[in-house]
Design a protein around this ligand. Structure first.
Ligand code: PLP
Length: 414
């Protein structure tokens, strides 16, 4: 188990809320109720301060400087890599690559591992609940290679059809790319089981962990996956940075993603010798302060306890599901038995965008639209949903405010 999972904590919600200064404000004269953490979560003081302090005291470019500042910056950067390793339960720090986020991590795997493995007539398998980030890179790869993108169906609750998955894992399947948690539905997929099914047929698995990382303990060794991607900004860290875990044997065999500085051992006009992993995949100056912020975010999560966060969110999700069932004409999209903190819904009385605008007037921030998951909208025959998503800092009063605001939407459109 990863270190975050092993610790057990008492969860002090009032204290957690206080650690997020942005929550303490009014919008349109109403207290802010932030229910859009699946898009991007807010940042605790620990992250804001760590990044400011790093810029104030230790900032320099990393890896190449012999002077003290550069060494301090390099140490902070590499300490964050070790923190990500622990967070994901990976065996070695060299299996952790810093990227711009989940999207870049998936593109990296598609453009390297994917490009080498997939050929004409081959198949790439994804699911019907993927975010566009875990669809488009594979579609591009299939187009380039003359391969076929196959899609595992979901049922009316938003649960993945595992029998169909097993059938679709065929002799031509070269990779399975699947989300751990759906951003549009909240469904939590049984990744360890899925990985075992794929590996039984020799198919490697990439897991999109963007929506799982803020909500549950992850252990890539227990899951058994080949690749795991997540974004810092959804797990209380800054945007523009994220990480990819890849099994060392894959990373060593893969060609580089981008060429440039930092990813080489030596360069002549005739030949370049690439650096060892993970640096082979980290061309150019990275978002150094962002990585330090990600490290601070994961330290905050570990100190708070992912187990405690998960328990709190689970109870809040149950409370929210029950409370929303009392709003007339509301239909939840995504009712899987195993869900993370996402409440996606449509209302008979109003379009999702109108709901979002009216809720904003009440201080309630939710996301509306297709949530970068248009195939999910098509599956449920809706153009868009309104989505309230939960994080560690939300409480029952946030849900109550949401429900009150939804009643006013109904009254307005009655
Ligand atoms: N995958 C899922 C499931 C997501 O929810 C998101 C973002 O919403 C992404 C991938 C893309 O993440 P990013 O934009 O941080 O690269």
């Amino acid at each position: 188990m990863s270190s975050a999972a092993k610790q057990s904590h008492a969860f002090d919600l009032a204290q957690v809320r206080k650690e997020f200064p942005i929550l303490d404000q009014q919008v349109h004269g109403k207290p802010l109720v932030f229910l859009d953490s699946a898009a991007s979560s807010q940042k605790p003081r620990a992250v804001i301060d760590a990044m400011a302090e790093f810029q104030r005291r230790d900032y320099a470019n990393i890896h190449r400087g012999v002077y003290q500042l550069s060494q301090r910056a390099t140490n902070a950067f590499e300490a964050a890599r070790e923190r990500v390793r622990g967070f994901l339960g990976a065996a070695e720090t060299r299996e952790i690559i810093f990227t711009r986020g989940t999207t870049e991590a998936i593109n990296l795997v598609a453009a390297t591992f994917g490009r080498e493995r997939v050929g004409p007539g081959d198949e790439v398998l994804i699911t019907h609940m993927e975010h566009h980030s875990n669809i488009v890179p594979w579609q591009m790869l299939c187009r380039e290679k003359g391969a076929t993108l196959r899609v595992v169906p979901i049922d009316d609750r938003g649960v993945l059809d595992l029998e169909a998955l097993d059938d679709l894992l065929g002799a031509r399947t070269r990779i399975l790319a699947v989300t751990h948690v759906s951003n549009a539905l909240g469904t939590v997929n049984p990744i360890a089981e899925i990985v075992a099914m794929a590996h039984a047929k020799g198919v490697p698995v990439l897991v999109d962990g963007a929506q799982a990382a803020p909500h549950m303990a992850i252990d890539v060794q227990e899951l058994g996956c080949d690749f795991y991607a997540f974004s810092s900004h959804k797990v209380f860290g800054p945007s523009g940075v994220g990480a990819l875990y890849g099994r060392a044997e894959h990373l060593e065999a893969m060609p580089p993603y981008q060429g440039g500085g930092e990813m080489i051992l030596s360069v002549t006009f005739d030949e370049t010798i690439y650096a060892d992993i993970p640096h082979k995949f980290e061309a150019g100056t990275p978002d150094i302060t962002g990585v330090v912020g990600l490290g601070a975010a994961l330290a905050w999560v570990e100190a708070t306890g992912l187990d405690a966060i998960a328990e709190h969110e689970h109870a809040l999700l149950a409370y929210g599901t029950e409370a929303l069932s009392e709003v007339a004409g509301l239909r939840l999209i995504g009712t899987a038995p195993h869900k993370a903190g996402v409440l996606s819904f449509v209302l008979d009385s109003a379009h999702a965008h109108d709901i979002g605008t009216i809720l904003d007037q009440e201080g309630v921030a939710v996301r509306t639209g297709h949530h970068c998951a248009q195939p999910v909208m098509d599956r449920f025959s809706v153009p868009a949903t309104a989505r309230a998503s939960l994080a560690a800092y939300n409480d029952r009063s946030d849900i109550d405010a949401l429900v009150r605001a939804l009643h006013s939407v109904n009254e307005m459109f009655a």
